[in-house]
Each structure stands twice: as C-alpha cells, then as structure tokens.
Write a protein that binds this ligand. Sequence first.
Ligand SMILES: NC(=O)C1=CN([C@@H]2O[C@H](COP(=O)(O)OP(=O)(O)OC[C@H]3O[C@@H](n4cnc5c(N)ncnc54)[C@H](O)[C@@H]3O)[C@@H](O)[C@H]2O)C=CC1
Ligand SMILES: CC(=O)C(C)=O
Length: 257
Amino acid sequence: MKNRVAFVTGAGQGIGAAIALRLAKDGFSVAIADFNLETAQHVADEIVTSGGKAIALQVDVTQRDNVFHAVEEARHALGDFNVIVNNAGIAPSTPITDITEEIVDKVYNVNVKGVIWGMQAAISAFSAENHGGKIINACSQAGHVGNPELAVYSSSKFAVRGLTQTAAKDLASKGITVNAFCPGIVKTPMWESIDRQISQAAGKPAGFGTQEFAKRITLGRLSEPEDVAACVAFLAGPDSDYMTGQSLLIDGGMVFN
Ligand SMILES: NC(=O)C1=CN([C@@H]2O[C@H](COP(=O)(O)OP(=O)(O)OC[C@H]3O[C@@H](n4cnc5c(N)ncnc54)[C@H](O)[C@@H]3O)[C@@H](O)[C@H]2O)C=CC1
Ligand SMILES: CC(=O)C(C)=O
C-alpha cells in the first residue's frame, strides 16, 4: 500500500491522541506533534508497538518557525506528507468581565495562529511533494453557537470556521481540501478543566458544568475521543475527496444549524 503521512498537533492526549491512533490503524504513518514531548512519545510508542509507523515531535503551534520545522522533519522522517490535523487547542473559561489582554493573546495564539501556521506549513510540504493534500482543523460546537463563560474560546473557534471556509477557496486549485471537525463535549482533560472552572464559578461541585452542557445533547451522552477520531478518519481518507470548506458537527445533536 502507498505510504500516506499524517501530522497531528496536540496528539499527546485527548482527541489528538485518539485521532493519531485511529489514523495509524487506517494505515497512515503518523507524526505525533505536541508541546509535551513525553506524552507524544508515549502515543508514538503505542503505535509502533502495534506494528504502525510513528514519530514524536515537540512543537509549539504558536511559533510559526517551530511548526514549519516540525512539518519538514516529519516529511523527511516519514517519506511524504498528505494530511495535517491542526488539533491543538486551549479553552480557559472566560466570563466576559474577566477577559484580559493576556488571555486573549494566549488563546488566539494557540487556537487561531496555530491553525494558520499549520495550514501554511502543510501547503509548503504538499508542494515539496508535488501533490495536493488534506487540511483538517479543530473547531467546536462552540464555533457554531456562542457558549456561556467561554467568550474568548468560542470566538476563536468561530475564527477557525472562517479560516477553514476561506482556505478551502484559496487552495482548491492546488488540489488541497480544507475541512474542520466540531465536537460537542468530549471526555478529555480539556473538558474536565472546563467543568471544574464552570462548576467552581457557580459555587457548585465538580460535574455541575457537565450537567448544564449535557442538557443540550440530543443523543443523551457525552462523546468519547474515538467518536471524533472516526469522523476525522473520514475527512483524512478518500471518501471525503469531494468535500471542502465544511465544519462538521460531531456533537450528538447539541447544535442544529
Ligand atoms: N474536549 C472537548 O470537549 C472539545 C474539544 N475541542 C477541541 O479539540 C481539540 C483537542 O481538545 P482536547 O483533546 O479536549 O484537549 P486537551 O487539552 O485534552 O489536549 C490538548 C493537547 O494540545 C497540546 N497543546 C496545547 N497547547 C499546545 C501548543 N501551543 N503547541 C502544541 N501542542 C499544544 C497539549 O499539550 C495537549 O496534549 C482542541 O482544539 C479543542 O478546542 C472541541 C470541542 C470539544
Ligand atoms: C470545549 C468545547 O469546545 C466544547 C465544550 O464544545
């Protein structure tokens, strides 16, 4: 089978790790790129132990040069470059009156600039390999509707949806598709932290934030990282070749647009 290479940011834990493991199962060679090299190495080891091909790379997606360097390292080490999943993100709870310049910069640097640098580095790697490719960005249901207490995060994900649509138009002629995935509540360390912050702000025990958000889930359960990874595998594979500019909701019916 032809070597296909995927590069996943924030793949050391949570949704990114599930995506990396799923893409490896689907036959991709995978670059596990994370700020935390230790967790990234752990995921890469798991793939290699199961007979797949993977490398761990330390990357800070807020740093443009750093992202370009890691993508080039992956392309050389794994022998091609076909898919980037710009998954890394952060989600501090930010009631509107508490927003500071520092928090806006921090969230936008990771969630928005990180996606732009990832897209640029992927375009350059696809071009070096003389073919197109697939760009997949992490959005959220919070990028479709404003979420309470999450003004900065939610607006950063609206930006990702806009970037995804625009890049799809700019890059179609190069054979590059650009889509996004928009999870609802996924059981990861990020969600645990949001729940703690929202529950604490309301003066309630941990779990209160989850209960409040979960009331909106039509399917009646939170999602597992693997639910999201399955949809990303579709976006990374040939069955989505005729799709671009889409921000797919994988939210159990939290938001109907
Ligand atoms: N967990 C959820 O309920 C939802 C998550 N999402 C989105 O899915 C994506 C993944 O979320 P989770 O797995 O839940 O998050 P998580 O917090 O569990 O994992 C995020 C990973 O990104 C890495 N990371 C953070 N900043 C980085 C940086 N500057 N450079 C490189 N890596 C960095 C972290 O080290 C961590 O391994 C995020 O973009 C998030 O906004 C969207 C909707 C719901
Ligand atoms: C963190 C997030 O994106 C949610 C709850 O949709």
